[in-house]
Design a protein around this ligand. Structure first.
Ligand SMILES: [Mg+2]
Length: 221
């Protein structure tokens, strides 16, 4: 028995000490999987599931606030790309790569459609006088295109739109995003929920609850 355990441990060490003990996934095949994930409807289904949970939570919080003797100024925070708007058509056209310039060029076109359940949550918030804030990693030179795109996609108004300052130079966007939420709460809002497709959208607090959407298409530290 002892020997068998030792053998298992040795095998385990053999496979975990080398990063390439198993050949990494093939990029060409992974790209096919990414397209299939989208085209099969799984991506949209998983997005809808997360948004449904967020909507249920928001409804509960609105109800509680309505009953409260001391109602709060409620707010929701949305990230933009792959959260409120979908860049999938451009991501696919760029073969899930592209340079920062080609991605900016795509965003400048301001033609991205709304992610449909995001628009539902947005309407739910607006109809119940919950303030909507957008906190995005997009740069300030994309402000006009962003406003144009949000508006044409159906997000007709909002209380605040935060774009990442050009001077921001930390490796992760998380401190910028949590700083924006801190600022919002310092203005007297209670951020009921924060929703985004990257962990860095959600890290650092200043939201009662966070909702993580799927995004296998890119990673933002
Ligand atoms: Mg995003």
């Amino acid at each position: 028995m002892k020997h068998r355990n030792l053998l298992a441990l040795s095998l385990c060490a053999l496979f975990t000490t080398s990063a390439f003990a198993i050949e990494p996934p093939n990029l060409g095949l992974l790209r096919n999987d990414l397209v299939q994930y989208h085209d099969s409807g799984k991506y949209n289904n998983q997005i809808s599931t997360v948004y449904q949970r967020a909507e249920n939570y928001l409804a509960t919080r609105i109800h509680e606030n309505d009953q409260s003797a001391h109602p709060k100024k409620l707010a929701v925070v949305f990230d933009i790309d792959e959260t409120a708007l979908s860049n999938y058509t451009d991501l696919h056209a760029l073969n899930f790569g592209g340079t920062s310039q080609s991605i900016d060029d795509a965003l400048q076109k301001a033609k991205d459609p709304a992610i449909s359940p995001a628009l539902d949550l947005y309407h739910e918030a607006m109809q119940n006088h919950v303030a909507v804030f957008f906190v995005t990693g997009r740069k300030p030179y994309l402000q006009n295109a962003t406003i144009k795109n949000l508006t044409s996609a159906g997000y007709k108004s909002w209380t605040g739109l935060y774009l990442k300052p050009m001077s921001y130079n930390l490796p992760s966007v998380a401190p910028y995003k949590s700083g924006a939420r801190k600022q919002i709460e310092s203005e007297g809002y209670d951020i009921v929920l924060n929703i985004g497709d990257q962990k860095s959208d959600l890290a650092g607090g200043y939201a009662d609850k966070s909702f993580k959407l799927p995004n296998p298409y890119y990673y933002i530290l």
